[in-house]
Ligand binder design. Structure first.
Ligand code: FBP
Length: 324
């Protein structure tokens, strides 16, 4: 089992990335927001005793300068860990100053995460009260029936969240015809998946297609929260299939259960960049800021919320990289 203190250490990494990204909120520059988060996260990792390997990261080695898939991070001492990271989940959200952008790190022992290529993934996520009630082989209607039964709820009492994309037009129509409510989000389906397991979020289920890396990260979070998740990789062309094959994926149609996406002992840390359903964002004050984070472990199911005050006058490195 992984050392439980590692999760509490790792929250420093998501805090650093969130603060750096928060400095760019609303500047309208997605690349700048992403770069700020990535550079701060990369630097913060190296202050932690671990031998980490990025398996879900910023992209393949030739396309990402930092935190690419296969990159080794950490001090080089300590346990061997697999990392699924998203330094800034919701780049556009952050650049436009909207809600629900977060910085995320999930950890597992070697072999714990599906090494998913950067393609799309069809997803269903639910909270603990509907665990076991989902099946991606079946229709959205079938799934909503099972979720309603599991929760003892009527369709009109269920809220589905999905990314607002033309590819979801049929899904949205089907959900509306049943009389379920639907919340359309512009970005950020990791926060949306987590919201399914938050009793006060007002969200019951995530349906639809988003990024596959985000799917693995969502599965890790829901393992810790006792929720459920299923995902199926969606390929646009043969080139994407070949990339998946190179990453060890043989059956391209496989429906992955939560334990196939994130298995064994899993830990998860996230810090809010902009405020949302799940975490408050970074609030700046003179010479400092406040961050809001969550740290969770699958082994115990403990969910810790951490509010931290950071002083830039005492710890200038917390301000993050310079953008010039
Ligand atoms: P980024 O933070 O990488 O921009 O991802 C945001 C996101 O909305 C994810 O949450 C989601 O899984 C994916 O993009 C959806 O992809 P697309 O915008 O192509 O529909």
């Amino acid at each position: 089992m992984m050392d439980r203190n590692l999760a509490l250490e790792t929250v420093r990494v998501t805090e650093a990335a969130a603060v750096a990204a928060a400095r760019t909120v609303g500047l309208g520059d997605e690349k700048l927001s992403d770069r700020a988060a990535v550079e701060a996260m990369r630097a913060a990792f190296n202050r932690i005793d671990m031998r980490g390997t990025v398996v879900i990261g910023e992209g393949e080695r030739d396309e990402a300068p930092m935190l690419f898939i296969g990159e080794k991070v950490g001090s080089g001492n300590g346990p061997e860990i697999e990392l699924a990271i998203d330094p800034l989940e919701g780049t556009t959200i952050c650049a436009h100053g909207l809600s629900n952008s977060i910085s995320v790190v999930a950890m597992a022992e070697t072999g714990g995460f599906l090494h998913a290529p950067d393609v799309y993934m069809k997803k269903i996520a639910v909270g603990p009260d509907a665990t076991g009630a989902i099946d991606l082989k079946q229709s959205w209607t079938w799934n909503l029936q099972k979720i309603a039964e599991a929760k003892g709820a009527k369709f009109s009492e269920l809220t589905v969240v999905t990314l607002n994309r033309p590819r979801h037009d049929d899904l949205i129509k089907e959900v509306r015809e049943l009389g379920c409510r639907i919340r359309l989000i512009q970005d950020g389906d990791v926060s949306a998946a987590i919201a399914c397991a938050e009793p006060n979020s007002g969200i019951d289920v995530l349906f639809g297609t988003g990024g596959a890396p985000e799917g693995v990260i969502s599965a890790a979070a829901l393992r810790c929260l006792g929720g459920d998740f299923q995902g199926q990789l969606i390929f646009k062309n043969d080139q994407e299939k070949q990339r998946a094959s190179k990453m060890g994926i043989r059956n391209h149609d496989h429906i992955y259960k939560i334990n196939e996406l994130a298995k064994g002992d899993v830990m998860f840390a996230a810090t809010g960049v902009t405020s949302g359903t799940f975490l408050e964002g970074v609030n700046f004050f003179k010479n400092g800021c406040t961050t809001h984070s969550v740290v969770m472990r699958s082994a115990t199911g403990t969910v810790r919320h951490l509010t931290a005050r950071h002083r830039f006058d005492i710890k200038p490195s917390m301000w993050g990289p310079s953008f010039n």
